[in-house]
Structures are given as structure tokens and as C-alpha cells.
Ligand binder design. Sequence first.
Ligand code: ATP
Ligand code: MG
Length: 568
Amino acid sequence: MLDYSEVCTTFSWEAVRASLQGLPNNSGLNIAHEAIERHANGPLRDRVAIRWLGKKDTSLELTYGELQAGSNRFANLLKQLGVNKGERVFWLAGRIPILYSVFFGILKTGAVFCPLFSAFGPEPIAQRLERGNAKILVTTERQYRKKIEPLLSRLPELESILLVDREEKLNEWVLSLPQLMADSSSEFTIPPTDPEDKAILHFTSGTTGMPKGAVHVHNAVLTHWITGRYVLDLHPEDVFWCTADPGWVTGTSYGIITPLLHGVTSIVDEAEFEIQRWYQILEQHKVTVWYTAPTAIRMLMRASADVREKYDLSALRLIHSVGEPLNPEAIFWGQRVLGLPIHDNWWQTETGGIMVANYAALEIRPGSMGKPLPGIEAAIANRLPDGTLQLEGDEVEGELVLRRGWPSMFRAYLHEQERYNTCFVGDWYLTGDLARRDTDGYFWFIGRADDIIKTAGHMVGPFEVESSLMEHAAVAEAGVIGKPEPTIGELVKAFVVLKPGFSASDELKQELIGFGRIRLGSAVAPKEIEFTDNLPKTRSGKIMRRLLKARELGLPIGDTSTLEGSAS
Ligand code: ATP
Ligand code: MG
């Protein structure tokens, strides 16, 4: 995209649909066809689709042709197991090569893929399998023995378990996936697929409460395709690396589907974050487009500059970040240390794909999440007492809303119709995030509606305070909450993680309070600072402010199934 405004004026979703192939004989639209079949039946057949890097320095390459055969085998075996359209197949096995055949095999049959983080403990797994009416579970023997076997009595709808790492079946319904794959045919024809057929069930991150099950359909592929082009700027010769786990929506929309739609080589790293390893991957595999998250960037920022200097990152041409607001400090750091700015973009599990972004073709405004994707109408709105929405003009704070009907919009919260309905007022979807739009059309994130602090008549977004604190040389990361206080309503309190080489002291506390006052003014600056070794985060890397608050106030901590480091 060279000219954002021009693209916005000429954009149509019909044209996007026309640039996809569709199933043969006008029989519909299927994500697997667009991501795999189209390339496997054409000149990209032998191109590496996935370059998988194992934890133990092993690696494996899968071409588009191999993924076609693998996903066909999996589709055939699901048919043999009696899986019907719309039924749910769960994945609990991390980032391993067979995932990609399983994922596309499920979509080919019309069944629904539902991923879980493999570090989930038994209870969150059981809850999601129950709520999701899991019919088939694909997992490892270790996960099965440790977490699933003890729960079987709670899962009467679960008909078969497929173990990815066993050569023989355990019994009549705990089966060996390699054996079944070997016995199944590599020929499969995708049946007619309505674009509205369900494809993926994704649980939200649980940052604000009990995770919701967002249901997505095949038509979402239009958003995946066009964001791959306009936001990630993917071209066939690119090497793309999305660092997200498929347990989180970024890991499926952009870790699996989007790069393959564009016929690029996608890097998948099985291991968890590690500074040297990540720089090494960027260098060795000549990653050109990198999609990561603020939490990872902040971890890289904490390391000393000489770590970075050992690596040649000259292949890298575009960096994007999602999941949390990206502190301006991180963008400047990117420019200084990586040689490229970091482009922030905003979306949610519910939106299925990127909705607001900083584009390569537009000036980046540090601290802003950018402008709406062409084809997406975003606005700022406030609710009137009669329940209707008032759309606001520029520079007014309010809730970020999107005009309903974009292709990757979630079609349901599983088994929660009421809750789904309350997300919409008239034509608008309410995101639950507060923001404002500047006079040039850039959107600025203020905070989640649930996290907003009301202090002495002001509304304070934690992000603003956290970003300011991060400009101080000693601060690696900060989480900010409102603590009830009788005279001013809530008091701004910051939990601060220090960079290596700095130690907690009363002097530093006072210094940070003073630093905040100068930058933010006394109404908004934190009045209390507490040093901590780390902040509670979801497994997708988001600061859980509700947990900081509950702990501070001694309140029940609520659902912690997605808390990083909780029982596994
Ligand atoms: P839950 O809905 O279960 O509380 P969650 O909202 O964190 O969890 P996700 O759908 O993974 O679940 O995250 C979407 C949210 O993440 C957004 O609503 C927003 O609050 C935040 N977010 C994502 N990207 C950005 C961004 N670039 N800037 C600011 N916030 C972001
Ligand atoms: Mg949410």
C-alpha cells in the first residue's frame, strides 16, 4: 500500500473477495483452500511454507505440497472418526510441525479448530473442553496422562483422543496420530463451504475476567488476506516470523493463516522467549517481516545493548507489534537499537484480524495505534442515558467502536448469546477499549474501560502513566491501577519493575514520583510506587491489572486460568 487515503477511497470487500480464488465450481470459500491448495496446485508447490525450529536445535521444513498432503490425511481421518461439520476439534500440543496439517485438515472438513495453550493446568483445560463440547482432542502422551486422564469423567462428549507422539494406540479411543496419518489417504476434496461456516473457536486472553469463546467463520480469510498485504506488507519472497503461540488468536490468524495466504515462508519457533535465541533467529533466517508483542520488546529493551550488537539484522525491513499498547519509548528504542521503528497495531480476539494499524506508508505517531484498516469504519462513541450511542468528533474520549459486518467479525460468544448481543448497539460493535481520534485520523488508546482510573475528577488511562514511567532510565516495566481513596475517589498507584543494575530504595521511589509529576502533572502522576520483580501477565503477555488491584485490595482474584506461570 503506497497511498493510504487513496486505498481507502477505492476499497471494496467485493474486490478483496475477487482476489481470492474460492473453491472450484463456485462451491464457496474455505481458508484451507486459500492458504494451501491454491499454492500447492500452482508454482509455489515446492516452496517452504513453514520452517520449524525445534527446542533442541533441530529444524524441519514443510513445503506447500507437503502441507497439502498432510492436511488431506488429517481431513480423511477426521471423516473416519465420524467428525461432522461444525463439530469441534481441540489442540493441546504446542508449536510442533504436525499442528499445520491438523489445523488445515480440520478446516478442510468443515469442522472447527480450537487451540489451547499447552501450559494450561488441568482445570482451565477441562473447562474449555467442556464449554467447547470437544469431540476430538489432539495432544501429547504426557499432557494426556498428566491432565486429561484424571478428567475424563467430566468429558462425556469427547469421543477420541489423538496422541501426536505415540506409535500405537493406548486403547480403542486413545489413538496414535502418526499411525492414523500413515493409514489415511493423501487425497481429499474440500466439500462445499459456505463463507459463514464456522472455522475457529478462540478463547479470549482473560485479561479482564473469565475468557469468552469467540466463534469465527471462513469468511475471516478476507481480513487475513488484506491485512497481510496492507499492514504486514507481505510479498512472496518474504521470510515472516510471528512469535505468538496459536493458543492466542494472533498465533492462528498471523502465525498460521496469513503468511501462507501470501505464499511466504513462515518461521515457527517451538521454544519460549530467550533474548539471544530470538536475535539469532532474526539473523540466521534473514527474517524480513517480524510480528511480535510489547511484552517481548520490553524484555529485549531490558538487555544491554552489546547483546544486540553481535547480530546482523540487515534483512529485517518491517516490525509490527500487537496485544498491548506500545509505549513510545519502545518505538524510539526500535529505531535506535534495531534500526527500524516498531509499528503498533490494534485488534482483539473478537475482531479476528488487525483493525487499526500504523502502516509502512504512513508516518508513525509514537503512542498511537494508527488508522483503521481500509474497509473498516472505526469511531469514538459514548453511550447516552437512553442506551443509544453518540458518535463523537475528534479529540473526544470515548469507547472505540467498529461498524459491524466486517468479514472476520466474531459471529458468537459460545453459549453466551446475551453477552454477544450486549456488545452491539445498532450498527456498532463496542470494543470495551477507550480511545480518542486526533484531527488527522490517528487513534490513541487510553485503556480498557475496566482499567480506567477515576481520580479527583479526572479519568486516567494506565497506559499513559506506565509509558511515562518507562521513560525513566531505571524502569523496565510498570503496571498502574486505581486504589480506592476516600477523598479523591481513586489514587494512582504504580507497580514498577526495575532494569538490571538498579535497586529499589525510598530515594528512587521519591525520584519516580517526582519524575511522574513533571511529565504528567500532579493529578495524573502516581502517588504511590511499589517495586516488584515482575508483573502478573496472561500467557499472551498482557499485564493483568485486575490482579494487581485484587491483590492490593485483598479481594478475590477471580479467574486466573490464563495467568503466566500458573499451574501447568
Ligand atoms: P479478555 O477479553 O478475556 O479480558 P483480552 O481482551 O486481553 O482478554 P484479547 O482479545 O487477546 O483478549 O486482547 C484484545 C485486547 O488487547 C484489546 O481489547 C486491547 O485492550 C488490547 N490490545 C491489543 N492490541 C493493542 C494495542 N495495539 N494497543 C492497546 N491495546 C491493545
Ligand atoms: Mg477482551
